[in-house]
Each structure stands twice: as C-alpha cells, then as structure tokens.
Design a protein around this ligand. Structure first.
Ligand code: PEP
Ligand code: MG
Length: 884
C-alpha cells in the first residue's frame, strides 16, 4: 500500500485518499500554479494508525523518500543549522471540518537552526525567534497537550514586562527570552525537553494530526454534519513560506465571488506581515483584498489571474488561502467554497448565464434545504438579543409576540392586533384556534413530530418545541430563577430553536413573496428571486414525481396551488369536527339510539359538504384526496380530569349537571390506554354506523355541486389505518352505493383507495390493491408502528441517545428509514402494482416534504409526494434533482 503522494502525483478527484486539501493542492500543482512543494500522507495511513494505536508499518520509509526529494528540490535539508528547510504539517480530511483538527507550523526549528533561519531572512533575528516560539507553542498544545493558556500567559507576561500591548512590539531579545519561558512550560507539562531533532518533530506532529481526528470537538462536528467517523484525515507536509517577513510579505483569504450574496467580484481579506493563523485568530484587523492592489500590484494581478483560472477549472466559486513572501505569491489552499443558501442559487444561475454549466448542473448545485432556509423570515441578530433558552427548532421561521398560555387568550390578544406567542407544555387539537391566531408556538415538551410541531409546520408557522428547561404553569413559565409572565414579549427562532427575551426585529422572505405571486421574478430586480424562479422551473420540467399538498382548508389549498401543488394528497377531515361543531360531535357520541345518532350526523353533513366544496373549488381540475376521519372520537371530548373536577365541584354545590355527567361517562367509556392503536381510522367507520357514510355523501354531493357550476372535481376518498383487505372491502361496498346514488349522471368520477400506514397493510398490499384504486403511504404511522416508537413521545424522551449512539443519524420521523420502513413502502408498491397495474401511488406522511425521502420515493417509483404547502417548492426542487 502506498501511503505518501507527492503533490505532483495527486489530483482533485482523490479526496477519499488525500483529503480535500491534499487533493486540491495536487490539482493546483498540476495546473502549474505556485504551490509550495510538499507531499500528502493518506487517510489510509491515518485509519491504520487509529486502528493500531501505533506507528504504521512502512510509513517512515516512505516519508524518508519523499522528504529527501523535497529537500533535493528545495536545496535545503530539514532543520539544517546553516540553512534549514522548515515544513508545515497540516490536517485535511475528505470533508472540510473547519478548525476542528490540528496544524503545526515551522517544524524543523531548534536551538541551532533558528540562527540559520535568521540568516535566510537577511539577518532577521526577530522573525526567527518569533517563528521558533510559535513552533513550541503549537507543538506543545497539539502534540503534547500542554494547556494553551500557559503559553498565552507567558506571552502576556513578556508584553507586560516590556510595557507594550502588541506582539509585534516585542523585539528579538524579548522573543528569545520567551522561547526560554515556553521551553520551561513545555518541560513542566511533558516531563522532557522540547525535542531538538527535526525529524522527530515531524513524526510526532504527523501522529498528532492523525489523533486529532478523534478530538472531542471533531467527533461532535462530524456527528452534527453526518460525516462518517471512520474516514480519517490526510496529513500534508508542505515547505514553509513566510508571510511575516516584513511589509512586502503577508497572508490572506479570497473568494472568487461573494459567498454571502453570490454577487460576482473578488472578495477577501489581507493581512500584511502576518502568518495565516493571525488572520484566523483575528488578532489584527485585516484589510479588504482590494487594498493589495495598491500594496503589491504584481502579486495582486497574479492572484486575480489565478483566481480566474481556478474558477474556470472548478466551474464554481472557489475559496483560497495565499501567502506572499517578499513579493512572491504562494497558493496554500483552494476548494469549492462554502456559501449561503442565497449565494448558492444566485451563483448557479450566474454560471448558467456565463455558459459555464447547464441548467441540469445548476440543479445539482442547490438543495431543498437551502430553498427552505430562504422561505422563512429571519431575525436580524445584529441587535444581539439575550437568549433565554433553547428547544428543538420544529418549524422554521422567526416570530415574536406577547406570551399567552391558553388558546383562548391567544385568540383574544391577537384580535386586539398584538402579535402573540402561544406557550404550552404541549398542544392538542383544542389549541388549534390559538395556534392559528399566534405568530409562533413554544412548548416545553414533545419533539419534531409532536402535535405542535406537525400542525405548525403544516401552517408554515414558527414553532420551537421541547424546550425542557422551561417550567410552564397556567400564567407564567420559569427558566431557573427567571420568570416570564403573560404579556411579556419573547422571540423564537424555529430554525435554531433559540428563545430570546424581548422583540427581535424580523425580515420577511422575498422568495415567499415570489411564490405568493407578489413579486414578478422577471421584473423583481432581485437576482435571488430570478435565480430561484429559473432553477425551480427547470426542476419542474425535469421531474417525474408529481407534488401535491396536505391541506384541509380552502385557504391552505389556494396557497399550496400558488406554491405549485398539483392537487391535494391528504385532506385530514378531523379538524372539521372542531370549534362550533364540537357540540354536534358530542351529540353523536352521546346518542342513545339510532335516531339521535342520525340527527347528529345529519346536522354535520351540510357543514362537511361546504368544507369539501370550498376545497374542490380551489383545486378545480386537480385531484383531491380526502381522508375519512382518523383520530379516536374521544379526542373531541373534554379531558377526563377537567370534566371530573367540574362534575365533582357541581355535586359539592348540590347542582345536577346531567349533560356533563353524560359526557364524563362517555369519556370514561371511551378511554383507551393506547389510543394510537385503538378505535381510530377504519375501525371507527366499522363501529359507528353512518359516520363514514355521512362523509362519503358530503364528498359526493360537493363534487356534484362543483360539476353543476361547470367545475371539474376530482375527489379521491381515502380510508385510513387499513390493515386487512376485508376492512377496506366493507367500507368500499357501502361507499360505492352512496356514490352511485348521489352522482347519478353528473359525470363525477370518484376514486376509492387507502392509506398504507399499518405494517400488515404493506405486507398484504397485493390483496389490498384488489379493493383500492390508489395507495397513499402514511409514513408517520408506518414509522410509528414499524419501529414501535410512539410518535408523540419518543423524540423528546430518548432519541437524543439514539442519535448519540449512531443508531440512526436522523429521526426516522423526519427522514424515511430506507432500510426498514422504506422497505415496507417498496414491498407494498411492488406488490400493489403487480396486483393492479396502474395503481396510483403516493405518500402523505411528513416524509413527503423531506429532501432525502423525496429521492427515495422517486427511486421506488411512486407517482407523487404530498407535503405541507410550505414544503411544496422544496419537494418540487428535490423531485427535479432526483430525476437528473
Ligand atoms: C401518516 O400516518 O403518515 C399520516 C399521513 O396520517 P396522520 O399523520 O394523520 O396519522
Ligand atoms: Mg396516519
């Protein structure tokens, strides 16, 4: 196995082996750009070192050979007392992990070669001693774990002793003394002297870089960024060039376009008479790159030429680190640069205009997650607000308002025109009016699939949940000793999960204004909006998957249509049973005989019909999947505790409250230990006579009404929670009769299908397809029942541990678990289609708007994904990306 590559031997495609930095240094070397010579030790050497915990067989000999070649090329030997070659030892993994791993500069300096370095620098003792003290400091910290602050303290003392404030005011003698002080610090902590043998320094530094792959902060960073833990880092050994040799030297970073906005032009910072670490550490103020033109026009011109070469070569924004040593420019690093979401879109469109890439490639350069970021209003954090606590960012956005603690107060305060933040321990369907009225929702319990999170995402409303430091009571919440009361103002960030005290100013999203039709992308004079329009339009023409929306009101349906939805994939009918209609639902539940039950259903039916008609109108010509009622009926009744207290209090006062007593009895009768696995979905339809029939009739009548207006309704009736074909057949037989009797010769055609959300349904999909014209995968329940994870409880309770242990990298409620739940989807899709060719297949769980999941659904051949209105553009983009 070959462990060491000269820069001339590599290229940019060898990132696995040489890491990002090494691969790009090799690429620049082969482009003929001025890269200091050097070599790269592979990630495989690092992996072996970390596995064995000792030196890697054969590595030393390879380093010898490459070092000898480097020395021959430079005409200097490493650490030669008379004329030393110095090298830097730099980490560089496949994926950039900024600042997470280690670097050691000036390797090769010792008590003797420091004089040689001074001579090389034209008798510059100060520079030589400064370089030496930097080596001891970095080597001590990185290789030998000497606490960094001890070096900093010694440096501080040296400045105090001399009566100066700045490092640069220390002279050669001060720095020589500082080296002595540093050596003492080193010896005190390590029990031995600072190593004088240059080759020993090199070997130890290489091993330290290997080990830094497993430093705590690197491990944490990888987990957050989902970078695999076993890749290891490469190590680059590079001949030192010095930016701190005087006014004609310096160091800088540059971008070939603005990484914040994507605007063309050259951006960067320059620091004269400094080394790279000084720029990063922010010790001195940098100059804008443009100033270099004045300071060193030749180097500036060369840098501009090189940047143009690099952009042309990489066909993308590049970022660069460079050093100028006495008027000679050296390239220390380049890579395709990180950028903001806005810049990603703008740059991709610019590169298309410039003829550098085509639209297909532009689509690969942006992501749905970036588009999502652009759709939410943002806080202006230049005001540095004070952070109260942090929860789970469950529905992105930025919202502020007065704190209220009940749905009712939210409605009242919002009606007065004030923005409100609804704060609850957790929310339930009763809180819906307050959630609609509020600007944002904050809960102390529950995770990303809690009621609050799912409903808020559906409404595009900012939500932070699971902020478990908060103790929420009926009129205040406390965090430690801090109490926030009703009427106090807070601000919540649904992306980061941060909660701030007071009002943080918010900026609206132009991209949403464009989707809403309020900004014309061609006249907007806004390159970002134009770029989003162009790339999304291309995604639409590329994609095979259709994108529908989950919407249960005309308002949501209309918005989703503006956002590009091609129909409704899930209309949850249960919200239509809340509010004023609750009383009718109570009547239904309390009915003592068929007549009373039929009365209650007859009262509900016209209301339902009006709901459906409104939605069909908004979605005229497009398919609308309406799901028959799913949640257990007791969710529509008051809570057992509250009602029991109310009745007990009445009794104590000698009052007779018959209605409440009846309700209480019903709540007790209907109480379930596991309601999610209890009487819900199709089971309700089979147990409560007339309930589904009422809904089916309302759907059919609404469709007939729209057809009579000249519209084109395309209803699809969906039966939830089916596990066996017999359930579906029973519901279907009744529904078909009602439909036939209702639609007559109106020309209305209504499909009947089912959700696949119970694992048994997925595994018997071939049978179920016989009775279904379409399947829609309910991946929320399929995940819940597939894993046996209660969707309302687990995320806040213990998922953190699962994520920590790497059992999964992301919650399976957020992104489809392709191996398990995804396999159920694939089996059902294949077997369903085998039984009924042309079976329409969609997904309506939360995963329908998750970028990675959209790619999976494309691969298994679904016809559409359905997601909340705000995620429709994201799904459109990702479906396009999946198809190219
Ligand atoms: C599902 O289970 O994925 C689904 C869409 O239904 P609900 O979330 O309403 O249970
Ligand atoms: Mg479900």
């Amino acid at each position: 196995m070959k462990f060491v590559y000269d820069f001339a031997e590599g290229n940019k495609d060898l990132k696995d082996l040489l890491g990002g930095k090494g691969a790009n240094l090799a690429e620049m070397t082969n482009l003929g750009l001025p890269v200091p010579p050097g070599f790269t030790i592979t990630t495989e050497a690092c992996q072996q070192y970390l596995r064995n915990g000792t030196h890697v067989d054969g590595l030393a000999a390879e380093i010898d050979a490459h070092l000898a070649a480097l020395e021959a090329g430079m005409g200097r030997r490493l650490g030669d007392p008379a004329d030393p070659l110095l090298v830097s030892v730099r980490s560089g993994a496949k994926f950039s992990m900024p600042g997470m791993m280690e670097t050691v500069l000036n390797v090769g300096l010792n008590d003797e070669s420091v004089a040689g370095l001074s001579r090389q620098a034209g008798g510059n003792d100060r520079f030589a001693w400064d370089s030496y003290r930097r080596l001891i400091q970095m080597f001590g910290k990185t290789v030998c774990e000497v606490p960094g602050h001890e070096f900093e303290d010694a440096l501080h003392e040296a400045k105090v002793a001399k009566g100066v404030r700045d490092d640069v005011q220390l002279g050669a003698d001060d720095l020589r003394e500082l080296v002595t002080a540093y050596k003492k610090v080193f010896a005190k902590h390590t029990g031995h002297e600072f190593p004088q043998d240059p080759r020993e320094q090199l070997d130890l530094a290489v091993e330290a870089v290997f080990r830094s792959w497993n430093a705590d902060r690197a491990v944490l960073y990888r987990r957050q960024e989902r970078i695999p833990a076993d890749l290891g880092t490469a190590v680059n050994v590079v001949a030192m060039v010095f930016g701190n040799l005087g006014a004609d030297s310096g160091t800088g970073v540059a971008f070939t376009r603005d990484p914040a906005t994507g605007e063309p032009g050259v951006y960067g910072d320059y620091l004269a008479n400094a080394q790279g670490e000084d720029v990063v550490a922010g010790i001195r103020n940098t100059l804008p790159l443009a100033d270099l033109e004045r300071l060193d026009p030749d180097s500036y011109a060369e840098l501009m030429r090189i940047m143009a070469t690099l952009e042309g070569h990489y066909r993308d924004l590049c970022d660069i680190e460079f050093t100028i040593e006495r008027g000679k420019l050296w390239m220390l690093q380049t890579r395709v640069g990180k950028r903001t979401a806005a810049a990603a879109f703008t740059i991709a469109a610019q590169l298309v205009d410039e003829g550098v890439i085509d639209l297909d490639e532009a689509l690969t350069r942006v992501t749905g997650a970036q588009l999502g970021q652009l759709m939410f209003p943002r806080f202006d954090l230049t005001f540095e607000p004070s952070s109260l606590t942090r929860g789970i960012g469950a529905s992105p956005g930025a919202a502020y308002g007065q704190v209220v603690f009940t749905s009712q107060r939210a409605v009242e305060v919002a009606a007065s025109g004030a923005p409100v933040i609804l704060v609850r321990r957790e929310t339930n369907p009763d809180d819906l009016p307050g959630m609609i009225a509020a600007n944002g929702i904050l809960t102390s319990r529950g995770g990303k699939t809690s009621h609050a999170a799912v409903v808020a995402r559906g409404m595009g409303k900012t939500c932070v949940c699971g902020a478990d430091e908060m103790e929420v009571s009926s009129a205040s919440f406390t965090i430690g000793s801090h109490t926030v009361r009703e009427g106090d103002t807070i601000s919540i960030d649904g992306t980061t999960g941060r909660v701030y005290l007071g009002e943080v100013p918010v900026r609206p999203s132009e991209v949403v204004q464009y989707f809403e039709g309020d900004l014309d992308p061609l006249n907007a004079n806004d390159p970002l909006v134009a770029a989003v329009h162009r790339i999304l339009t291309h995604a639409d023409s590329a994609r095979r998957l259709k994108v529908r929306t989950n919407a249960d009101t005309g308002l949501d349906a209309a918005r989703a249509r503006r956002f590009g939805a091609q129909g409704i994939g899930l209309c949850r009918t249960e919200h239509m049973f809340l509010g004023d209609r609750r009383e009718l639902v109570e009547r239904l539940i309390l009915a003592r005989n068929e007549a009373e039950r039929n009365d209650a259903l007859a009262a509900l039916q016209p209301l339902q019909r009006a709901d459906f008609l409104e939605i069909f109108r908004e979605m005229n010509g497009l398919p609308v999947t309406i799901r028959l009622i799913d949640p257990p009926l007791h969710e529509f009744l008051p809570s057992l505790e509250e009602l029991a207290v109310k009745v007990a209090v009445a009794h104590e006062h000698g009052r007779h409250v018959e209605h409440d007593e009846q309700l209480l009895a019903a709540v007790r009768r209907m109480h379930e230990q596991n309601p999610m696995l209890g009487l819900r979905g199709v089971r309700l339809g089979l147990v409560i006579p007339g309930l589904f029939a009422m809904q089916v009739r309302a759907i059919a009548e609404a469709a007939v009404a729209l057809a009579a207006e000249g519209g084109r309704p395309r209803p699809e009736i969906m039966v939830p929670l089916v596990g066996a074909v017999q359930e579906l057949e029973t519901v279907r037989a009744e529904a078909e009769k009602i439909i036939a009797a209702t639609v007559g010769d109106s020309g209305v055609d209504i499909l009947i299908g089912t959700m696949i959300e119970v694992p048994r349904a997925a595994l018997t999909a071939g049978q179920i397809a016989e009775a279904a014209e379409f399947f829609s995968f309910g991946t929320n329940d399929l995940t819940q029942m597939g894993w046996g994870f209660s969707r309302d409880d687990v995320e806040g309770a213990f998922f953190w541990r699962y994520l920590e242990l790497g059992i999964f990298g992301i919650s399976p409620f957020e992104s489809i678990d392709t191996d398990g739940v995804g396999r159920l989807v694939k089996i059902a899709a294949d077997e369903g289609r085998a039984a009924r060719p042309g079976l329409k297949l969609g997904v309506c769980g939360e995963h329908g708007g998750d970028p990675d999941s959209v790619h999976f659904f494309h691969e298994v051949g679904l016809d559409y994904v359905s997601c909340s209105p705000f995620r429709v553009p994201i799904a459109r983009l990702e479906a396009g990306r999946a198809a190219i």
